[in-house]
Structures are given as structure tokens and as C-alpha cells.
Design a protein around this ligand. Structure first.
Ligand SMILES: [Zn+2]
Length: 61
């Protein structure tokens, strides 16, 4: 058994190009997890509104 599974998505096999992940995307996910962990952010749910209230559109002038 030489095929390893990606530790991030755990469904796809590891790509030689992006190992130990299956893709750039999963590598980025792992990196961001690692960075967040090292930033010591307290367990705060990411339920911040992702809407921009009343942003003016300069292209509409
Ligand atoms: Zn993956």
C-alpha cells in the first residue's frame, strides 16, 4: 500500500506534486489551520456577518 490519503480531506490520495496533500487547496487549508493555531486565537466561532452594510459603489456615479 503506497497510496496515502490526504490528511485534510481524507478522501483523495496524496499527489506527488503537493504531498503530503492531494492538492494546493488542501495544502492551503492545512497551512491556515496551522497558522491560526499558532496565533493562539481563543475559541471563537466564525459567525461574523460577511455582508458589507451599505457600501457605496463608486462605479455607479
Ligand atoms: Zn485533500
Amino acid at each position: 500500500m503506497s497510496k496515502k490519503k490526504c490528511p485534510v480531506c481524507e478522501t483523495r490520495t496524496v499527489s506527488a506534486e503537493f504531498k503530503p496533500f492531494c492538492s494546493k487547496r488542501c495544502a492551503d487549508v492545512d497551512l491556515s489551520r496551522w497558522l491560526k493555531g499558532s496565533y493562539a486565537i481563543p475559541g471563537r466561532p466564525s459567525d461574523q456577518a460577511d455582508e458589507v452594510p451599505g457600501a457605496p459603489d463608486p462605479s455607479d456615479a
